[in-house]
Ligand binder design. Structure first.
Ligand code: NCD
Length: 329
């Protein structure tokens, strides 16, 4: 087992939970990104195992489906040497009618150290965090926040462009229903990037003017001269009623293809948090363009970022040395 770096100074990140990007300082975001960077290299080595979470229990509690986020939290926890349990709604007592709070209290009684929670309601994860003793990481709550996604996006951008400040980033598509968009807007604004949202008028969030972004309702002017074009999935599961005319028409006006991409800088890079709807918000050729698409890199960065977040929150836990000499069982 190898150790990537010296222990981090807990006073630099004085938070018990990671519920959102809103409210984090530039220093706190930089701390998490710098720590993630050490894990990128570590994760490319044959021996990926660390002992930072040895003796700790991480529970992934997912009330919504997930591939990337759940798997990468699981890998992150295991690579740090922790014990990881995954619970999804389909195989839990929630199916039998148990409330969110009862589930939380049950897991609390099992002495989890970190709970990673995804929930369909905005604010659902924060509510749960008030009831448990352990640290909680928001893995996406409704259309509110998805902090680790914004961190992994920032790490991906920073590695490619060398900085975040001064870049122009266009976040395009279903911004209204996207927690990825909200967390990215907070992070990029905090770090000094210029953020645009580009969406059909029906999918521009209500308080867009208060988000500190420029709003565009057409792709060409929206992505003109951008450094990064971040596409979002059309979140049909969060739509009540009809927000777009038809998938075909949506792709025609809002889907990213080479023709629309011509408006951006020639060196502009493309991102998408996944899962992608090919032919709806993004053309397959663009998504698979290894020269311009960062989509696979985003997934790779996801594991490193989640390791950094777990390590940072675990740093607040009582030291394992406190168990020494305790034979009471
Ligand atoms: C995103 C999510 O769940 O919010 N996916 C992810 O975490 N990679 C985006 C989405 O579902 O469209």
């Amino acid at each position: 087992m190898s150790v990537a770096h010296a222990p981090i100074d807990g006073s630099r990140f004085p938070h018990k939970h990671l519920l959102g990007i809103e409210g984090l300082s530039p220093d706190e975001i930089t701390l998490l990104l710098d720590l993630s960077e050490t894990y990128v290299e570590q994760n490319r080595r044959p021996d990926k195992k660390q002992s930072v979470l040895r003796g700790r229990t991480l529970i992934n509690l997912f009330f919504e489906t997930s591939t990337r986020t759940r798997t990468s939290f699981e890998l992150a926890g295991k690579r740090l040497g922790g014990d990881v349990i995954n619970i999804s709604v389909s195989d839990s007592a929630i199916k039998k009618g148990e409330t969110l709070m009862d589930t939380a209290m049950t897991l609390n009684a099992m002495h989890a150290d970190v709970l990673v929670v995804r929930h369909p309601f905005s604010g659902g994860v924060a509510l749960l965090a008030q009831k448990v003793n352990c640290s909680v990481i928001n893995a996406g709550d409704g259309s509110h926040e998805h902090p680790t996604q914004a961190l992994l996006d920032a790490l991906t951008i920073r590695r490619r462009k060398g900085r975040l400040a001064g870049l122009t980033v266009a976040i395009c598509g279903d911004v209204m229903h996207s927690r990825v968009a909200r967390s990215n807007i907070h992070l990029l604004n905090t770090m000094g990037a210029r953020v645009r949202i580009v969406a059909p008028p029906t999918l521009v969030p209500g308080q867009a003017d208060r988000l500190g972004v420029e709003v565009f309702t057409e792709m060409a002017p929206g992505i003109a001269d951008c450094d990064i074009v971040m596409m979002l999935r059309l979140q049909s599961e969060r739509m009540s009623g009809s927000f777009v005319p038809s998938m075909r028409e949506y792709f025609h006006f809002w889907g990213l293809d080479y023709e629309k991409l011509r408006a951006a800088k020639t060196e502009a890079l493309i991102m998408h948090p996944g899962p992608m709807n090919r032919g709806v918000e993004i053309d397959s050729e663009v998504a698979d363009d290894v020269g311009r698409s960062l989509i696979h890199e985003q997934v790779e960065m996801g594991v490193a970022v989640r390791m950094a977040c777990l390590e940072t929150l675990a740093g607040r836990l009582p030291s394992l040395a406190e168990n020494d000499g305790d034979t009471s069982g």
